[in-house]
Ligand binder design. Sequence first.
Ligand code: ZN
Length: 233
Amino acid sequence: MSSNAQYPRAASRRAVVIYSGGMDSFTVLHRAINEGFEVHALSFDYGQRHRRELEVAARVCSRLGIDHRVVDLRAIHGLIDASSLTDASKPLPKAAYAGDNMRSTVVPNRNMILLALAIGHAVNIEAPVCFYGAHGGDHAIYPDCRPEFVEKINAVAAIANYQPVEVVAPYLHADKTSILADGLAMGLDYAQTWTCYLGEAQACGECGSCRERLAAFAAHGLEDPLDYVDGVR
Ligand SMILES: [Zn+2]
């Protein structure tokens, strides 16, 4: 266990972790636990098509014996439903993340909304740190995963409440392959994650999220333990 001295505002060892059930936040969750934090996990139901990830998240937290809340944001779904991730009538692009059409998967202001709630919860439970899984691979498409966003949200989280909260994105400059390397080094089992945007019984292997995940496992010469539709691997 390392100390949390790297988080200078941390007066207690409590942390909120935004945990979707996907492999990035699964790795962040375990990293926070391994760093000695008492983790309070938050998942958000914002009407995403891939609701399976919420079930996966609940199972993992239950197994770990950590506090987990699923925040129901479906009441505001109509405000942020322009994305193909949240509108089932829109086709989900089956392309690598670099494709311009992947922009349709951007949920309006998603991380700002989720972080606002997570920071509020952190203040509520006197947690000085809030983790989320922004990473380098998302920078091209998702503005709210970029370093300048994390820097600015940190500035706001420091002054928005009497208690400052530090927003930590440990993989901000890492790609999926290095996140996976870190998780494998921690002995994590990625069968306990859900990545596919379609949220069917088996992962599709074709959406941007599946492609990125499969490429990360391939880069390590490993087979992804997740169940994919026939013929993907
Ligand atoms: Zn998929």
